[in-house]
Design a protein around this ligand. Sequence first.
Ligand SMILES: Nc1ncnc2c1ncn2[C@@H]1O[C@H](COP(=O)(O)OP(=O)(O)OP(=O)(O)O)[C@@H](O)[C@H]1O
Ligand SMILES: O=c1ccn([C@@H]2O[C@H](COP(=O)(O)O)[C@@H](O)[C@H]2O)c(=O)[nH]1
Length: 236
Amino acid sequence: MPALKRILLKLSGEALMGDDAFGINRATIVRMVQEIREVTELGIEVAVVIGGGNIFRGVAGGSVGMDRATADYMGMLATVMNSLALADTMRQEGITARVMSAIGIEQVVEPYVRPKALQYLEEGKVVVFAAGTGNPFFTTDTAAALRGAEIGAEIVLKATKVDGVYTADPKKDPTATRYSRITFDEAITRNLQVLDATAFALCRDQKLPIRVFSILKPGSLKRVVMGEDEGTLVHV
Ligand SMILES: Nc1ncnc2c1ncn2[C@@H]1O[C@H](COP(=O)(O)OP(=O)(O)OP(=O)(O)O)[C@@H](O)[C@H]1O
Ligand SMILES: O=c1ccn([C@@H]2O[C@H](COP(=O)(O)O)[C@@H](O)[C@H]2O)c(=O)[nH]1
């Protein structure tokens, strides 16, 4: 049985595209939700933060020259769309999910209220935190670190398109090698860009470990929660 009780899963927005150029690929989102269901069936409480790269990068051309904060609010709204799609797919797959937004948008989703989120988790519902931190100049990685710390998650699981943290971006440097573990200090000092430095620093300060792994590899989420050697552990 897994040792974990509560996790914060950060899902890559870009991975939702599957092989499409942008947007949400149906088969991909269904597969991700099925992987989440496997974990909830183990009795683990799951909170999710999803990125917005699949939508926001698709419209980013239109944001050139825009005020940065306005563009960031567009990015946050993109994560609301992904969160709604994710929760609806969960409903179709028999999972009860609640979306909570960091920005006021009450006609669409309920606002983030920490005690309510904790209540949902205790009831076995999956909570999807939408709109990142609610503030421009941040990312959904930082939102995952923030919400993970707030809800007392034991670990942040960053499910992304690469299978761990490398010595350099493996998409740009084919000679890069993967760490099986690395400290926060080393990741920050080496400026490894798999997560932003704010997220690394927040997790370090809160002693909240992060595991980076590939969501493109079927079954990887379950293997991670079962403690198998998957991806890279970032630790204090
Ligand atoms: N040292 C590194 N090790 C691993 N990946 C790295 C490294 N440096 C940069 N990267 C890049 O970081 C990316 C993952 O982070 P990124 O924030 O871009 O994606 P994401 O969070 O999965 O997507 P989204 O922002 O859409 O949610 C990888 O796809 C990889 O190309
Ligand atoms: O707290 C936050 C979270 C996100 N943003 C903006 O949204 C996009 C999409 O998020 P990703 O983490 O890149 O997937 C991001 O680029 C920001 O523009 C934000 O402003 N604040």
